[in-house]
Design a protein around this ligand. Structure first.
Ligand SMILES: Cc1ncc(COP(=O)(O)O)c(C=O)c1O
Length: 443
C-alpha cells in the first residue's frame, strides 16, 4: 500500500443504499450514466463528502478523485473560493427569475476568454446547451440536417443521441456508418435529420458533405472525451473549418468537456481553429449546473433579435452564474492551468512507464487536463470510435478496480476519461503514480 490511503475497506453501506434506492428511484439511479459507473462492482459507491482532490464514501473510504463529477469540480471539492462566493448568494437569494448582474459579468468573461465567442446564452446542462446551439444553427441557415461523428457524445436529448455507442453489428460500414438511435423512444424523424461520419477520415467527410447539401451544422467534440480522449489528427479540425466555411455550414465545437479545461480558451484556442458556435458546461460551473452556448455574432443574431427562441427558468441563476464566474476567474490564471496540465502529464508519464516496464500494450492518450488509458491490442492510440471496440474492456475494468483498491477513483467507463482537478497536492500525485505502478503490477 502507498501509506497515504488505506486499502478499499468495506462498502456495505453503499450496497445497502443501492438496495434501498431501487424501491423508489428508477433503477436505483438518477442518470443512465451511473449504471456504467459501477465497473466490476454490482452496486455503485455512494459518495458522502469531498475536499480538494479527495472524496469519501459512506463507508469512510477515501479516494483521490479523477472522475471529478465528470470534470465539473475542476477547482476541487468544497473549494473554499466557491464556498465563500456561494454562501453570500445563499444569504442574498439564489434566484429571482429576472436578469442579474453575475450573468452579465460571466458572459463578458466568456467573450474575453473564448476566441470564437461574440455572444453567449446560458442553460443548465450540456444537453440543453447543445440543443440551443443546434436551434441557433438551424435558425441561421434555415436547414435541418446535422452531421455528427460516430461515437461523439452530445447529451441525452433526442436531437443528437444518435450513434453514440453503436455495436459493431449495428454500426454499418466504417466509412458510411448507419445513424443508430441511442435509445428506444427516439422518433425516426429525428434520426433522419442526422448524418453520421467517421472521425479523422477526410475522404469520408468530403463524401458525406458532397452527398448532403442540406446541412445546417457539423458538430464534434474537438478532443473526443467520450471516446477515451481520441485526439484530432493533425489538420482534421482545420479541414472541418475549411469545408464548413466553403459550404456555409455552421461548425459547432462541443466543448462541454474541453471548455476552460484544456486552457482558458478551450480546444479552439489550443488548436487555433475557431468554430461558429461552441458549447460549454462541466468545468464552467465548478460543480454547479450551468452551461452555455456562444459564438459568432452573425449566427447568434437571430437569437439576439428574439426570432430564434431559447428559454429556461433556471438559466444563469445568480447561484450558478456566481459559481461559474468564480470558477472562470480562477481558470483564467495561467498558473492554475499549468498546474492542472503538469499534474496530468506526470500521471500519464507514470502510466506509460508502468505499462512499458510490465510489457502491457496500452495507449495513454489525451492532454494533461484530460486523458485515458486504452488497452488497444498493439498499444496504438485510437483514431476513431471503432478502434475502441477492439480495446480490452476486461483489462480496463481490472486496472480501474486495482486503482480503486488503492484509493484512486476514476470513471469506470473505458470510453470516458480521467479529469484532473487544480487541487492535486504533491502527496496526492505521488500516491496516484504509486497506485498506477502497483495496479500494473497486479494486472
Ligand atoms: C461532450 C459532451 N457534450 C454534452 C454532454 C451533455 O451534458 P449534460 O450531461 O450536462 O447534459 C456531455 C456530458 O457528458 C458531454 O461529455
Amino acid at each position: 500500500m502507498n501509506g497515504v490511503f488505506p486499502a478499499l475497506g468495506g462498502t456495505d453501506s453503499s450496497r445497502s443504499w443501492f438496495e434501498r434506492a431501487q424501491a423508489s428511484l428508477a433503477g436505483g439511479i438518477s442518470s443512465s450514466a451511473r449504471l456504467t459507473s459501477t465497473g466490476p462492482h454490482p452496486y455503485p459507491l455512494y459518495m458522502h463528502s469531498g475536499s480538494g482532490a479527495r472524496i469519501r464514501d459512506v463507508d469512510g473510504n477515501e479516494y483521490i478523485d479523477y472522475l471529478l463529477s465528470y470534470g465539473s469540480a475542476v477547482l476541487g471539492h468544497a473549494s473554499p473560493l466557491l464556498t465563500e462566493a456561494l454562501t453570500q448568494v445563499l444569504h442574498n437569494g439564489t434566484m429571482f427569475g429576472t436578469c442579474n448582474v453575475p450573468e452579465v459579468e460571466l458572459a463578458e468573461l466568456i467573450c474575453q476568454m473564448v476566441p470564437s465567442a461574440d455572444l453567449v446564452r446560458f442553460a443548465n446542462s450540456g444537453s440543453e446547451a447543445v440543443q440551443g446551439a443546434v436551434r441557433a444553427a438551424r435558425g441561421h441557415t434555415g436547414r435541418s440536417r446535422i452531421l455528427k461523428f460516430e461515437g461523439h457524445y452530445h447529451g441525452w436529448s433526442d436531437t443528437l443521441a444518435i450513434s453514440n455507442r453503436p455495436t459493431a453489428a449495428e454500426a454499418g460500414p466504417r466509412t458510411t456508418p448507419h445513424a443508430v438511435p441511442h435509445s428506444p423512444g427516439i422518433p425516426p424523424g429525428i434520426v433522419d435529420d442526422v448524418v453520421v461520419c467517421p472521425w479523422n477520415d477526410p475522404a469520408a467527410l468530403r463524401a458525406v458533405l458532397d452527398a448532403h447539401h442540406d446541412l445546417a451544422a457539423v458538430i464534434c467534440e474537438p478532443i473526443v472525451a467520450n471516446n477515451a480522449c481520441t485526439m484530432p489528427d493533425p489538420g482534421f479540425l482545420e479541414l472541418l473549418r475549411q469545408e464548413c466555411t466553403a459550404r456555409e455550414i455552421v461548425l459547432i465545437f462541443d466543448e462541454v468537456c474541453t471548455g476552460f479545461r484544456t486552457g482558458p480558451g478551450g480546444a479552439q484556442a489550443l488548436y487555433g481553429v475557431l468554430p461558429d458556435l461552441a458549447v460549454f458546461s462541466k468545468a464552467l460551473g465548478g460543480g454547479l449546473p450551468i452551461a452555455a452556448f456562444a459564438g459568432r455574432r452573425e449566427v447568434m443574431e437571430p437569437l439576439a433579435r428574439g426570432q430564434v427562441k431559447h428559454g429556461g427558468t433556471y438559466n444563469a441563476s445568480p447561484l450558478c452564474a456566481t459559481a461559474a464566474l468564480t470558477t472562470l476567474r480562477a481558470l483564467n490564471d495561467p498558473a492554475v492551468v499549468k498546474r492542472i496540465d503538469e499534474t496530468g502529464r506526470r500521471i500519464m508519464e507514470a502510466t506509460r512507464r508502468a505499462a512499458h516496464d510490465r510489457g502491457i500494450p496500452c495507449a495513454v492518450q489525451g492532454v494533461g487536463a484530460m486523458f485515458q488509458v486504452v488497452f488497444t491490442p498493439d498499444g496504438a492510440r485510437t483514431r476513431q470510435y471503432r478502434d475502441l471496440l477492439s480495446a480490452d474492456q476486461s483489462r480496463y475494468d481490472a486496472f480501474r478496480h486495482e486503482l480503486l483498491k488503492r484509493g484512486v477513483h476514476t470513471n469506470a467507463y473505458a470510453m470516458a476519461c480521467w479529469f484532473v482537478p487544480a487541487t492535486v497536492t504533491e502527496d496526492d500525485l505521488n500516491a496516484t503514480c504509486q497506485a498506477v505502478e502497483e495496479a500494473f503490477k497486479a494486472l
